[in-house]
Design a binder for this molecule. Sequence first.
Ligand SMILES: *Cc1c(COP(=O)(O)O)cnc(C)c1O
Length: 457
Amino acid sequence: MTNQTATSAKEKYASVYEYSNQVLDLIAKQDITKEEAAWVTRQTVENFRDHVNPGFLQYRKSVTKDTQFASVEWKDSGLNAFQDVNGKEYIDCLGGFGIYNVGHGHPKVKQAVINQMNRQALHSQDLLDPLRAMLAKILADVTPGDLKYAFFGNSGTEAVEAALKLAKMYSSRTTFIATTKAFHGKSLGSLSGTAKGVFRKPFLPMIPGFKHVHFGDIDMMRKTFEACAMTGEDVAAVILEPIQGEGGVNLPPEGYLQAVRALCDEFGALLIFDEVQTGMGRTGKMFAAEHYDVVPDIMCLAKAFGGGIMPASATIASEKVFSSFFENPFMHTTTFGGNPLACAAAIATFNVLIEDNLPQRASELGDYMLKGLREAAANYGDKVMEIRGLGLLIGVEFHNDEIGYEVSKGLFDNGILVAGTLINAKTIRIEPPLTLTYEEADKVIATFKKVLGEVKI
Ligand SMILES: *Cc1c(COP(=O)(O)O)cnc(C)c1O
């Protein structure tokens, strides 16, 4: 190494060290001054532009009515709201697309994670780790039917990958039936099940064997099963969300899921329910499957599974199906999946959901909000096409994207965050923490009405 490169490496490390110190000091702070807030905002916007992806600055709600670039978030504000760096508070009706079922930073979940972290954050990977075993037992007890064995991952897409591999391993078949408007994640396996063309097209071909049928169309599914059987491409599994989230909160037609279950049984295929978004009390029961009395062979959980504190996911299956992984448990593994912090968070999350009766609360508050939002939109049939949902998974469909975007932006300016972006705003989702108060719900409904009146079309 020449002297000059040695010096410049030294300088580089010195500046990285200094910058990281600045950031560490910031992390240690709960509240920041106006000057610090300005620095954070500038750093965030510049570094998104130069080092993350400038595309986000356009798509995120990065410019608001009163302040340029107000929307750099900073901290939780109670269970149901958060604050941006300037101290502006937002009621969280997006709920991180369904990760905050027990609220932002629930004290019991947080404490469980802190306690576990103080003892041991990650495990040796070699000995048996206790919390994985205990969480798996809890899952077996809390999930419907004979679901019994669990594999843990870190994200929804990983939960789906595990489900697909398990179905292949069990059945020695390679065909999957998925549905239009489905969302299962964006890694290559789960993306094969995901339906949205814009996310799939650049990455074609997907893994072979995926057929998509219209969600809700049982005749099309039957015909697809029959055609697959006739051509020797027997179906390993059907994968679907019992209620589609990302696709715009689409409820299954009456009897649909039961009929899908029957078709799977008739053709010897497995049924995979992706409950990544609908699970953990979201729709008014612990799992959406319970609304329809249908037991899947494999179920995927993530998002709220980690209690809004830790990334965590699970793929849980019946013994009959999961036993294909018994002989060699290393057929599908991940280093961080099911780590002690994630398991501590998930165990505490079930504890809180049960203690505070949150599925029931989601059901009642969901009915209340659905009714309130529909009444608020009653005179705006020219803007709102339909409001639908179950529990606290609510979709507001507008006549077009622009109206949806303007409404979600209007709500944002008034301190309410909903899922609606520049690229996908025809249906905005309202998925608040299940801990939302009735007062907060009233504020959301009143603001929705006000904004509907203000939006020009
Ligand atoms: C969000 C979501 C996923 C993907 O989860 P990630 O954690 O983002 O990978 C999969 N399925 C459903 C139903 C989802 O809502």
